[in-house]
Design a protein around this ligand. Sequence first.
Ligand SMILES: Nc1ncnc2c1ncn2[C@@H]1O[C@H](COP(=O)(O)OP(=O)(O)OP(=O)(O)O)[C@@H](O)[C@H]1O
Length: 430
Amino acid sequence: MIKVESLEAGYGNRRIVNDLSFLVEKGEVYGVLGPNGSGKTTLLKTLTQALPFTKGKIAVAGKPIENYQVKELARVMALLSQHHEQSFAYTVKEVVAMGRYPHKKGLFHFSDEKDEQLVEEMMELMDVTDFKEKPLSMLSGGEQQRVFLARSLVQEPEVLLLDEPTNHLDISYQIELMSRIVRLAGEKRLTVLAVLHDVNLASMFCDRLLLLNDGKKVAEGTPGYVLKDENLSQMYNTRLIESTHPTVPKPLITYEPDHYRSANGTFIRFKETDAKLIIESGAPWRVITTRKNGPAVRWIKRFTFLKEGIPGQKENQELIFDIRKGRCTIVKEKHSGGFSLILVLNEGEVTVSAFLNGRLSDNGMFHLATLIAGAVKAAAPGYSLCEMCIAVTGMGGSWGGENAIMESARDLVNEIKKGEVKREDLYEKR
Ligand SMILES: Nc1ncnc2c1ncn2[C@@H]1O[C@H](COP(=O)(O)OP(=O)(O)OP(=O)(O)O)[C@@H](O)[C@H]1O
């Protein structure tokens, strides 16, 4: 529906969009992401004929864009941007009706029955009928944006261009607006090209994304393919972290403020009395655990292994293990790589906790859990593994150090597997 080939565009001698090619299919929601000044608005300007391009080709609905008359292009393509100040004196209905202009001939035009019907229908669809006689200036930012979307839709476009349409909207209006747009793309086969700043909004609502930097394509594809740590961190020149959305199969992007990165504390402290062994840290660990009494991934500051007495009040960010009938043994510690493995035995059952001073992705944590489970099975065949906790500080080594950490873990696990940690060691009291 929109085909851009080897496009070059800019201002004067300054080239902003550089050798850019992409194709947006009919009914697709295509997002354009990029840092400030990367050329997103310049690209939109070339698509709307507001800026002539110097090289390459743009075709909309199969026809080169330069062959469109202005009004003809407006019948095919509508633009929803964030600036509409000139319309504030008009009523909602008047603003929506302005969208019919490209379908009218001559300087003066009057609404016909089809116009009236469409205006009413789109106001209904965008849920603004109740305000139709009010001046636009009396509406909230989110309500106004719905009015402008209704105006774009009475244009009956095949292509909808969006320029940061959710700017200034609160989160509920952002979700509402984008949900309406995605629904329209599905129901009316509307093709949508949206310039967005919010990476998560783009991830959640777009079928495919184009990452733009310095007017060039950095990556293109589904959000899952494109929104990778390395692409984003390089593009925005800041550390962004990709994780998995808990309920939607889309990536979730988050960031880490510097003051958290530099925060530190004692990685691990052991306090042992006759009643309990406490393992705690200066800063909370990110923990994956098989414990059922809470989320599988949580932040924990203290592990308490209860040897005697009854469990007291549980502290915030604390996991309590009852080992009154068993023992608690540290099988192996390896501090050189900032890695420490704690094995806790409880009668015939085995609880394994691995504590790590470093940065490990969720993938790395699960990988480590599998490695350790295998090693324990080999070293203590009589025991069935019942609980597993992997605790990671997120401090210390860099993210690039994940391979080094896994290497260190693998060495340790091999030592355990090869029996270099003797079975009796498992019972050795610390
Ligand atoms: N009318 C203009 N004349 C000259 N240079 C311009 C003009 N408009 C934009 N530029 C320059 O072109 C570059 C790209 O601007 P553009 O507005 O396309 O970026 P953008 O990706 O939309 O940025 P933002 O995210 O900040 O909106 C910028 O360096 C900008 O200064």
